[in-house]
Design a protein around this ligand. Sequence first.
Ligand code: PPS
Length: 312
Amino acid sequence: MPETQKECHKDMDKDDGTSGSSSEEKRAKLYMVEGVPMMTNRYVYNEKIRNYKAKADDVLVATYPKAGTTWIIEIVDCILSGGVTEKIKSQPSGSRAPFIELGQSPYSPAGVDMLDTMPSPRLVKTHLPVKLVSPSFWDNNCRIIYVARNAKDVLVSYYFFHKMNFRMPEPGSWEEFFESFLSGKVAWGSWFDHVTNWWDIRERHRVLFIFYEDLVQDTMREVERVVHFLGQTLERTTLDEIVKHTAFSNMKDNPMTNFAPLTWCIQEISPFMRKGKVGDWKNHFTVAQNERFEEEYRRRMAKTSLRFTDDF
Ligand code: PPS
């Protein structure tokens, strides 16, 4: 067994993912899976996720954390359901779109086990980088929607998420987290590798690539792109209803989407639905941090054709 897997199994032996749920809960550690720092103490990657058997009509929503995952899931679920159904209004996002990497806990079954009992078409959430996605998604030519968000806002959002979610690793200070993020030493690894690798494979597979910034700028236009990609046709009134239902203010007030029922997420520290804006990084980066970030960004993005809007 390669070292990384041994590490993973060693960790699984130590922690079965069933520790407490309060703010006193032990924070996760990071373990390497094929060179990517992961919270592997909550799942057996090779046995469950790598071997997951996707079906041809599974729809995979893939993102780097904090890129707008919950938002696009709500949009896609509404589209696949033909509108804002009672189920969408009454069931938490996490049960309608299971998180494939999620391990079993006293509060929920493992993501893969939830998926196994779901009717098709199944909506699947992942933050996995390309190389860790189950090959069955590629083999079945599944539809995949990838949402990318600019790195600076992701960094800020991820920092506050670490602070409020006691199941995430300890973030350290803002300055420390800033450095961890830049060097890819955070859960799910390097933002640079994640977005550029997904960008590179988008045309070889059935991938719709969406930018968070575009979703903010013109939600209806992006919703229509998703409708088209999913091969659906919806009435204008239904589209209006979806855009309204998935507006930030509505998702912030909706316990099915705002993570408020999760006891390990302390909304008083920072709400899950925090700001929902483009450019909030300006309120947090120092001038020196911005210079350092820009330098690293230029270096890491030099070879890719992936471009984010300059408008942030
Ligand atoms: S997670 O934990 O990785 O699944 O988080 P994720 O859902 O990817 O990202 C959370 C950020 O997305 C923002 N968000 C939205 N922005 C605009 N409109 C809508 N409807 C919306 N829903 C979620 C959320 O506020 C988080 O960003 P920040 O910058 O922290 O506010």
